[in-house]
Design a protein around this ligand. Structure first.
Ligand code: GRG
Length: 287
């Protein structure tokens, strides 16, 4: 089975499991949560968790709840990011964003609900038999990565960003905290659940970080391309500050660094490399 087929199968499993987790009740909050998670989304982060975990030998059943929790966290961040007081987006995943469909109050609560449900799932998830205490470490690592020193700090830097500021390092810090953190911790959680050695975890950490930085830069490039084509104001991002040519060079550099992080530690996996291949700039592809 090739990487694309492998990932397609895992995606189906993740989608089915997410549907189960989100079908507990028929309340308006659950409806808004289901709307925001199901029927859309590439599942990049949970797939990365599953792929890293299975590469190092963890069973699918062990990884699945962690993978779904990560996707719920990602979905919460998108629902809140789309709110008018944040990035103010009317569309997400090819349809109305949550607040456009359900109103701001319900969207705020749906995001809160997704985040809480993610930690309920993590708390109830099985621990690896050989090393049960690693579960606590994984949960606190996820919480730290998305918390006030991680993703929330990155989001604050983003919303308080001064458009006059052409500082590359602030934009890199935003990308690291806002986007790369969750991607990195997805891979690392999978590796830890599989009992990977500290050196192997370090490899996945580097791989995930470069992958996450490339992911954000590709997104910046797509925003820039879209902006140029519809000529609507764009908040300056790393791609607009560096310019298209230098950004494409940096994107290639980040992708090679991601690949080298695996090679350096003698990890050869066409599935993990497939994640790097997926991060390519295609201007017309922004959803
Ligand atoms: C609100 C606390 C809080 C944080 C929000 C992640 C984030 C922080 C904001 C998202 C802003 C954004 C669109 C960043 C670009 C990179 C990114 C996360 C894109 C969306 O992820 P994909 O492409 O989306 O994996 P799908 O829909 O496939 O899941």
């Amino acid at each position: 089975m090739g990487p694309a087929e492998y990932l397609q199968q895992k995606k189906q499993l993740i989608d089915q499991t997410l549907e189960c987790y989100l079908s507990q009740e028929n309340s308006p909050v659950f409806e808004a949560m289901r709307y925001s998670v199901l029927d859309g989304g590439k599942r990049f982060r949970p797939l990365l968790l599953m792929a890293c975990g299975e590469y190092f030998g963890a069973p699918e059943k062990l990884l699945l709840p962690y993978a779904c929790a990560i996707e719920l966290i990602h979905s919460y961040s998108l629902v809140h990011d789309d709110l008018p007081m944040m990035d103010n987006d009317d569309y997400r995943r090819g349809k109305f964003s949550c607040h456009k469909k359900f109103g701001q109050g319900l969207a705020l609560l749906a995001g809160d609900g997704l985040l809480s449900l993610a930690f309920e799932i993590l708390a109830e998830a099985p621990a690896p038999e050989q090393n049960p205490q690693i579960k606590d470490m994984i949960i606190s690592e996820i919480a730290r990565t998305i918390g006030p020193s991680g993703m929330i700090a990155g989001q604050y830097l983003d919303i308080s960003f001064n458009p006059e500021n052409q500082d590359v390092s602030v934009n890199q810090e935003i990308a690291l905290k806002k986007t790369a953190g969750l991607i990195r911790v997805s891979g690392v959680s999978g590796a830890r659940l599989a009992g990977a050695s500290p050196v192997q975890v370090e490899a996945v950490e580097k791989f995930g970080t470069y992958l996450g930085l490339a992911f954000q830069l590709r997104d910046d490039l797509e925003d820039l391309a879209q902006d140029l084509s519809v000529s609507k104001p764009l908040r300056p991002n790393l791609a607009s500050i560096l310019g298209v040519e230098s950004s494409l060079e940096l994107l290639e550099e980040l992708r090679s660094k991601a690949e080298n992080s695996l090679r350096e530690f003698k990890i050869y996996s066409d599935i993990l490399e497939f994640f790097i291949h997926q991060i390519q700039f295609q201007p017309e592809k922004k959803a």
